[in-house]
Design a protein around this ligand. Sequence first.
Ligand code: GLU
Length: 305
Amino acid sequence: MSEPTAYRGRFAPSPTGPLHFGSLVAAVGSYLDARTQGGEWLVRMEDVDTPRNQPGAADDILRTLEAFGFAWDGPVLWQSTRLAAYGEVLETLKRSGQVYGCACSRKEIADSATHAAIDGGLAYPGLCRGGLPAGREARAWRLRVDDREIAFDDRLQGRIAQHLAHDVGDFVLRRADGLFAYQLAVVVDDAWQGMTDIVRGADLLASTPRQIWLQRCLGYPTPRYAHLPVAANPAGEKLSKQTRAAALDVAQAPALLVQALSFLGQAVPAALCRAPLAEVWAWALAHWSFAAIPRQPRIMLDSAG
Ligand code: GLU
């Protein structure tokens, strides 16, 4: 594990498509929070969900970040190079009995689940908690949760509490397709890279108690969290590849950067709208106000961005 530093943050895109305005907001927010506190800022490519990776997207994301003037510390960490580390952590949790094999199909879960989970799926009803049914094999591997509330103080969203047993159930760390789950990879890498601060979109707020629980199971420290408002299109949907958010046009970088700063509540002077990129960054670094960031989890844009 890395030496602790005063501040180390990161931007962790998934290469499922090009960067869009929503990703720019997360990159800008995490970057300025780090740099204005003299902190380090790293880029990690979250490319473990291979069926969702889009060819060329990772390189495109890195080129776009560069064109927007982001400078990161150290080499990019590619999660696809970290599979052995995730496997070791999973084995440790299996040995201690915290992770168990689950044979359930989606249908079996749907048939016996009693309510929806916080993120729209179904709260796992615990069918394989006491062992696999006779003659069945483990498809996925789940982490046991306990019957207590997990709470944390988000720097923007305030106190967030979740009762994992009710709101999520034992959750998957290794999926039926053999891939490591985001929750496992993100927790292992945030700790391994010594992250002190996670600044990211509020779409991940509901995942955070799961990540904190996993940190506790592994004896990792819990970083500080700040969940930025997420940009939504006029239909109220979060900008994402699924909602066909437009790819960032690097030719418009200075103006888009100004828009991202305004979205984050910064009082950008009108004259900056036509300024070159370096000037926009200089202004942002000199005037960044965390206190000015809107506290709501979702903000509607006038256009699809
Ligand atoms: N890779 C995740 C995403 O693009 C973000 C992970 C994180 O910031 O924790 O949604």
